[in-house]
Design a protein around this ligand. Structure first.
Ligand code: PLP
Length: 445
């Protein structure tokens, strides 16, 4: 590979997403060319531990040639037909069947090409459901601060991280927000049970204030991810779901990160013991080998959608791409054959335990995680929990320090997030945490 040329061409022509473009001009890209297991290699031959599984999604790890073979076969046989106009292909149907077995509270599935499209679909289905049920005024979407649901206009409005909103207004109207269930920042010193009661009371209060008759759905990640990895306090979902039910507000579980094994069960709804009316998913369904996402709905919702004399006027060209669905089926077969959610549970406990050892570091404010998703939050001052001034460029320095040592993690001014492939070994978890610890020492002393 001509590393210099690729770097030059990247800077000349590639508009990188979610990137400080000014800083990128100075640092340039790392160009990755090959992957095997938990590791990826760049053009210079350097190998990195992929501590973020691509973008929380390469669950079965890199280099699974059987997935490439499945894609090749389907592409050669029939590369594309839509699921519009009453058409279908075997992989789309078989994947819907498989998902109905994995998520038995959902009877019907529609596919997309990613997470944001899945959440747009979920939000529109919720509104459509209420409209067809004779309650068209139920349209608001109740989300949470620190939520990340994607960057299309509806999912962006549901996202609760202000940095994603800035300069992209006006936002879609009709979105309201509750607190993130993040004890480190939002628990005013209560017990865990009291904190849950406080969040439940806040939810009740928001619903009373807005009027239940105006709210279509509550959308939430079972474990908030991109906002900062927030596993909910014990009993959170058990406290929230009956309130939503009482007020006839649909629950949308955004399992885009948590689905397909990451939290120690196939879906986080199983990890936390609750069932949503609509589930959105993407990422891990194909382990990122090809874009695919989708939503599942309950039979009750499907029966309303299947009303006579109405077309369901929603769907994408690639709602059920046969090649993506074939890869999805083969990827789920690997997850099941190797029972990778079990490794996520065991290695996740190791990861959390090892990260918690770093809490004695003078600038580590909080460590949190569930399964193979974890975050380490750094603060300038532990007592006040004050974050570092972005001008200090802590995130960039942590990124450089960890990459130098052969680890790709997600670094920003508030610390690290890691979410490695679910195949990660005991030794690799130790290696990852050791590199994080050394990087912290180098940057923050
Ligand atoms: N929902 C969650 C929970 C996510 O983490 C993401 C992406 O990280 C999305 C939705 C958006 O997915 P995509 O980037 O595939 O549109």
């Amino acid at each position: 590979w001509d590393t210099e040329k690729l770097l030059e061409q990247d800077l000349a022509h590639l508009l990188h997403p979610v990137t400080n473009l000014h800083r990128h001009r100075q640092s340039g890209p790392i160009v990755l060319v090959e992957g095997k297991g938990s590791r990826v290699r760049d053009t210079t031959g350097k190998w990195y531990l992929d501590g973020f599984a691509g973008l929380w999604n390469v669950n079965v790890g890199h280099g699974r040639s059987e997935l490439a073979e499945v894609a090749r076969e389907q592409m050669a046989r029939l590369a594309f037909q839509p699921t519009f106009f009453g058409l279908a292909t075997p992989p789309v149907i078989e994947l819907a069947v498989k998902l109905s077995e994995l998520l038995p509270h959902h009877s019907h599935f529609q596919f997309t090409s990613g997470g944001a499209e899945s959440n747009e679909t979920a939000i529109k289905i919720a509104r459509y459901y209420w409209s067809l049920s004779g309650r068209p005024q139920k349209t608001k979407i109740l989300s949470r601060r620190m939520a990340y649901h994607g960057i299309a206009m509806g999912s962006l409005a549901a996202t609760g991280v202000p940095a994603y909103h800035a300069d992209f207004g006006p936002l879609a109207p009709g979105f309201i927000y509750a607190s993130a269930p993040l004890a480190y920042r939002n628990n005013p010193g209560l017990s865990e049970a009291e904190f849950v009661a406080m969040l439940a009371a806040e939810l009740e209060e928001i619903i009373q204030r807005e009027g239940a008759e105006t709210i279509a759905a509550f959308i939430g990640e079972p474990v908030q991810g991109a906002g900062g990895v927030v596993p909910p306090p014990k009993g959170y979902w058990q406290a929230i779901t009956p309130i939503l039910k009482k007020h006839q507000i649909l629950l949308i579980a955004d399992e885009v990160i948590t689905g397909f094994g990451r939290t120690g069960q196939m879906f986080a709804q199983q990890t936390y013991g609750f069932q949503a009316d609509i589930t959105s998913f993407a990422k891990g369904i194909t382990s990122g080998y090809i874009p695919l996402g989708g939503v599942g709905v309950t039979r009750e919702i499907f029966e309303v959608l299947a009303t006579p004399d109405r077309m369901f006027m929603h769907g994408f060209t690639y709602s059920g791409h046969p090649v993506a669905c074939a890869v999805g089926l083969a990827n789920i077969a690997i997850l099941e054959r190797e029972r990778l959610w079990e490794n996520a549970a065991v290695r996740g406990e190791q990861l959390l335990r090892r990260l918690q050892e770093l809490e004695t570091h003078p600038f580590v404010g909080n460590v949190r995680g569930k399964g193979l998703m974890a975050a380490l939050e750094v603060v300038e001052d532990k007592a006040s929990k004050k974050t570092f001034d972005p001008a200090r460029g802590i995130g960039g320095k942590l990124q450089a320090a960890s990459r130098k040592r052969g680890l790709i993690a997600r670094c920003n001014d508030t610390g690290f997030a890691v979410a490695p492939p679910l195949i990660i070994s005991e030794a690799e978890v130790d290696e990852m945490v050791n590199i994080l610890a050394e990087s912290l020492d180098e940057v923050l002393g």
